[in-house]
Ligand binder design. Structure first.
Ligand code: C2E
Ligand code: MG
Ligand code: MG
Length: 709
């Protein structure tokens, strides 16, 4: 201040020296400095009077040389004068403590901003006599500063308003900053996040993956990862798409931005679409597409070279009957429950698929032929447990066909075809069994489409015939009734089993004309036998549920009997339990048939509905014990008990009981002892042509039965 004082003294006294150092300095500092310099004399009031201004000040602040000696009010526009008066007065009242203020100036019509620093010059008594104001043009600085502020705000906008979560982290994973979306995503407040490690948010499942991402970003690369999982504050997993960006400042990596998008919803949708593409909607089981994928995976996986696996084709017996008679809703329930039961065996080596309809496939890996046979047996026994629909009990059996890789095929198509081939054989042989594929199984008849085409023409081509199987009275040994069984000897395909073509005829509706043909042919045959002198017998014909549902069925039956002049007591109809499930419809129809005088029997009793109340509601004359119970009568106590129960039930209801599928003397003996009325089976006679029947059974009682009579 000493220096300033000298200069001021010089100004005040007008003693401006020539070329002394002080002058040079004065010139340099005051005249040529780019800052504006003003010296104001402080007078009573306070009044501030221009005492000195440097060239820059004259040039830029809008004052002239005439302003020297004037007050702000005299020299300047009132607004500006008022502002300066205020700032200077405040400076005085703060007792000259350094003050800084900004003001805008106009130079050649352009505004610039000046930052003014005021300093006090005091006299010996410490009173402020002068104020020195140095005003620096800070326009450029302000521009820069504003630019920095603006870019800061721009950055904050992109961070704060971003829908993606953004974390800025240090190289060791400490969270330095997080945006509101990060809080929303993780469930933690910003204060809970900042200062903690981002790794605490990462699921163990993806920890290594995320760590690698961060470390690699640390070397300057921007990276991304799909499907990285974090854990929400509430504990559930979030599936995320993560991008990492290095924070590079002056060429140095200072940290990492972690930008996260929550794709949990999308990934759930993707999962759902994937699930739907590979699963059956009704049962939730894997579908055919999944089967082909899995099969091909097995076939083409190099590690699985020639290792055996089994393809097991499963079809539900009599499903079509149930579906037709109980309706599709129950049909769907059956499929769901059967699927659920099969699913009980699913594990890492066993996969259950639904092919479509009532067909299921099981792929059994890491197996042998022997183990597969054991497995198939297990499935059969799983279905021994009954099913419940609408609190009604049902039994459903599966038929199973098996092909083994690599023996029975090396590609998916062959394996599937051969498993179906084996399944077809099971159906043919009477269902509820399993069978391995054998080379040489004829494939000409497996083409269902071609069977159907030929079946349509079978009647007109006279390829159908009826065979008759005697039903033998176990007391007398006489055969007094016969079951008519349909035979189809196709000219193109050869003989085809009813186990194959009857279900097909039922599916396609062909069963109605075929069934009518059977009724007609049976009646004609009875008439013919009567004509040649055989009487006192009954012929049982099998009637499908669809036939029974025909509105004019009883009338048709009656008309056929009248046409051939046969007595209704010569005729019996065999219906299955599934025909009776719709009581309201079936009961009146059966009552009419019964009133005509035709005998009504229930075929395959014990395999289906088996409701005792139904036996009461329907006019039933005969119960036929299904051959599956007869088969193991001697070995299995349970089967023996069922057979006995049916016999006793029949007796107490006053109906006749016929056992089917009797193949051995032991079975016949057991049944006779239990008091079963009649038996039918290969032990006594196979189904034979009318001609054969005439030459043997119609004349004679069965000799094999002598011992039981
Ligand atoms: P189903 O009515 O239960 O007929 C008995 C089946 O058992 C017949 O098979 C018969 O040949 C067979 N069988 C007889 N004794 C024995 C034996 O001791 N052991 C064994 N394992 N089987 C024996 P088939 O002729 O192959 O007929 C199969 C099924 O086709 C019949 O079962 C019946 O449901 C149906 N079917 C046959 N003909 C007709 C028909 O004209 N109309 C209708 N709707 N269905 C028919
Ligand atoms: Mg039958
Ligand atoms: Mg039967």
């Amino acid at each position: 201040m000493e220096f300033n004082k000298n200069i001021l003294d010089m100004g005040i006294t007008g003693r401006i020296g020539a070329a002394n150092v002080e002058n040079i300095l004065f010139d340099l500092v005051f005249r040529h400095t780019k800052d504006m310099v003003f010296i104001m004399k402080v007078e009573e009031g306070p009044i501030f009077r221009y005492l000195f201004a440097n060239e820059t000040a004259f040039h830029r602040a809008g004052i002239s040389h005439n302003s020297i000696g004037k007050t702000f009010q005299d020299a300047l526009p009132p607004d500006f004068a008022g502002k300066l008066q205020e700032e200077y007065t405040r400076f005085l009242s703060s007792n000259g403590i350094k003050s800084v203020f900004d003001a805008s100036f106009v130079e050649d019509g352009k505004v610039f901003y000046g930052e003014t620093i005021l300093s006090a010059v005091r006299d010996q008594d410490g009173l402020i006599q002068y104020i020195v104001a140095i005003t620096r043009d800070i326009t450029a600085y302000l521009h820069e500063k504003n630019k920095i502020i603006e870019s800061g705000q721009r950055y904050r906008s992109i961070v704060d308003h971003n829908l993606d979560a953004i974390f800025s982290i240090s190289m060791d994973g400490q969270i330095l900053e997080s945006n509101p979306a990060a809080s929303k995503l993780t469930g933690f407040h910003e204060q809970q996040l900042v200062g903690n490690s981002i790794y605490e948010l990462v699921s163990d499942l993806d920890f290594a993956n995320f760590k690698g991402l961060v470390e690699n970003t640390g070397s300057g690369q921007s990276l991304e990862s799909l499907d990285c999982r974090f854990i929400h504050r509430k504990g559930y997993l979030l599936t995320l798409h993560i991008k990492t960006v290095p924070i590079i400042v002056f060429g140095e990596i200072k940290g990492i931005y972690v930008i996260i998008r929550d794709i949990s919803e999308q990934s759930k949708n993707v999962e759902m679409i994937k699930y739907m593409a590979f699963h059956d909607q009704l049962t939730g089981l894997l579908n055919r597409r999944a089967l082909l994928d899995k099969l091909n995976e097995q076939l083409f996986s190099p590690s699985r070279h020639e290792r055996e696996f089994a393809l097991i084709s499963i079809d539900l017996d009599r499903f079509k009957y149930l579906n037709d008679s109980l309706g599709h809703l129950v049909g769907d329930e059956i499929l769901k429950k059967a699927g659920a039961r099969l699913l009980e065996c699913q594990n890492e080596h066993c996969f259950v698929f639904r092919q479509g309809g009532d067909e299921f496939i099981i792929l059994l890996l890491e197996t042998t032929r022997k183990a597969t046979a054991f497995f198939a047996q297990r499935i059969l026994s799983m279905f021994k447990r009954s099913f419940y629909f609408n609190s009604q009990e049902y039994y459903i059996s599966p038929s199973i066909g098996i092909s083994m890789y690599p023996n029975d095929g090396k590609d998916a198509e062959t394996l599937l075809k051969n498993a179906d081939e084996a399944l077809y054989r099971v159906k043919e042989r009477g269902r509820a069994h399993f069978q391995f594929y054998r080379t040489g199984m004829s494939s000409s008849v497996t083409n269902i489409l071609s069977i159907e085409t030929h079946l349509r023409k079978a009647i007109e081509k006279k390829e159908l015939s009826l065979h008759f199987q005697p039903q033998v009275d176990l007391m007398t040994g006489e055969a007094t009734s016969f079951e008519a069984l349909l035979r189809w000897n196709s000219k193109e395909l050869g003989p085809i089993s009813p186990g194959v073509f009857i279900p097909l005829a039922e599916d396609t509706g062909l069963i109605v004309p075929i069934g009518n043909w059977v009724i007609e042919t049976a009646c004609r045959q009875i008439k013919e036998w009567k004509r040649i002198g055989y009487e006192g017998f009954r012929v049982a014909i099998n009637i499908s549920p669809k036939q029974l549902q025909q509105p004019n069925f009883p009338a048709y039956l009656k008309a056929a009997m009248e046409r051939h002049l046969i007595d209704p007591s010569c005729l019996e109809i065999e219906i299955t339990e599934s025909s009776m499930q719709n009581t309201e419809e079936a009961a009146p129809v059966l009552k009419i048939i019964k009133s005509i005088g035709v005998t009504v029997s229930v075929d395959d009793f014990g395999t289906g509905y088996s409701s005792l109340s139904y036996l009461k509601k329907f006019p039933i004359d005969v119960l036929k014990i299904d051959q599956s119970f007869v088969k193991d009568i001697s070995e299995k106590a349970k089967d023996a008990a069922i057979a006995s129960a049916i016999i006793h039930l029949g007796k107490s209801l006053g109906v006749e009981v016929i056992a089917e599928g009797v193949e051995t003397a032991g079975q016949a003996e057991f049944l006779a002892m239990e008091g079963c009325h009649k038996a039918q089976g290969y032990y006594f006679a196979k189904p034979v042509s009318p001609h054969e029947l005439e030459s043997t059974y119609l004349k004679l009682a069965m000799p094999a039965l002598r011992e039981y009579s």
